[in-house]
Every structure is written in structure tokens, then in C-alpha cells.
Design a protein around this ligand. Structure first.
Ligand code: TYD
Length: 143
């Protein structure tokens, strides 16, 4: 039987500095400062419907940071060997996800706005959308 080496998931929770004053709060995200990569793309997900799960893929090359700028949601991560769940519930909490990590987003609150920063432009060809294919690639050391 092939036993895969236990690998720590390549992801990290980040806490951003909040520059608040009597007028309210402000967070600044800057390439190579608190964002540990070249910033090429930002997209955000909102008005997410009920019990839906989004994501369900791994990116071959994109490294990303997810921030719930409003409301909350949960992220399921999977490196083919182990899994973890992270709740994003504060605008100053970010989740860095390396490339080749499977992710699913779920439990969106009605007011959730999930912002994603990426070091790559959108390229549908870098997606692995089939979980069995992902597991097979991990097993065969292709990632
Ligand atoms: P999709 O990959 O299904 O989103 P999720 O991973 O959150 O479930 O993307 C939805 C649509 O948006 C799909 O038609 C591709 C398109 N899209 C872009 O054009 N650019 C992007 O940066 C992203 C993330 C998606």
C-alpha cells in the first residue's frame, strides 16, 4: 500500500494592521508588504446563495489571499493528505493559500463579501476542477 507522507497544508492565517481612528477603520494591502506576492488580480464574491459551496478547485500556479471584508464564511482546504477548516469573519483576517491546494468556500453569511487577491491573471487552464484528478496528481507527485 502506498502511504503518502503527511504534509502540512501550505496556507497561513494573516492578521492585517487596522488603521482606525475616530472616523472609522481602514486596512491597506500592499504588494510585497503585507501581501507576500506580486498583486495581479482582485475579485470578490457576494450575494452568495444559501447553502452553496463555491471554489471546489485547486490552482496550479495562483497563490491567493482571501479576506471576508464583510460578514463571514468558511474555507475548507485540502492538500490531498490532510484537510483544515478556517473561518474568515473579520476584515483584518486574511487566509493565504499556496498554489496546488484544493479549496471550497461555504457557510456564507448573507452579507458576506469575500475578496480574493491573486498573483496571477485569470486563466481557466490552471484550474484542477476534479477532486479525483487532484488526488491522483498528489499521489503521483505531479503537483
Ligand atoms: P468560478 O471559477 O466558477 O468561481 P468559484 O471558484 O468561486 O466557484 O467563476 C465564476 C465565473 O467567473 C466563471 O465564468 C469564470 C469567471 N471568472 C473570471 O472571469 N475571472 C476570474 O478572475 C474568476 C475567479 C472567475
Amino acid at each position: 500500500m502506498l502511504v503518502l507522507e503527511k504534509r502540512k497544508i501550505d496556507a497561513q492565517i494573516l492578521e492585517f494592521n487596522v488603521m482606525g481612528d475616530e472616523r472609522g477603520q481602514l486596512i491597506a494591502l500592499e504588494e510585497d508588504m503585507n501581501i507576500p506576492f506580486e498583486l495581479k488580480r482582485v475579485f470578490y464574491i457576494y450575494n452568495t446563495v444559501g447553502a452553496i459551496r463555491r471554489g471546489n478547485h485547486a490552482n496550479r500556479y495562483s497563490r491567493q489571499i482571501l479576506v471576508s471584508t464583510s460578514g463571514s464564511c468558511k474555507i475548507h482546504l485540502d492538500n490531498g493528505v490532510e484537510t483544515m477548516e478556517v473561518e474568515l469573519d473579520k476584515p483584518n483576517k486574511g487566509l493565504f493559500i499556496a498554489n496546488n491546494v484544493w479549496r471550497e468556500m461555504y457557510d456564507f453569511s448573507d452579507d458576506c463579501v469575500l475578496m480574493v487577491l491573486s498573483n496571477k491573471l485569470y486563466d481557466p487552464d490552471e484550474y484542477i476542477r476534479d477532486h479525483d484528478v487532484f488526488l491522483e496528481m498528489v499521489k503521483n507527485n505531479l503537483l
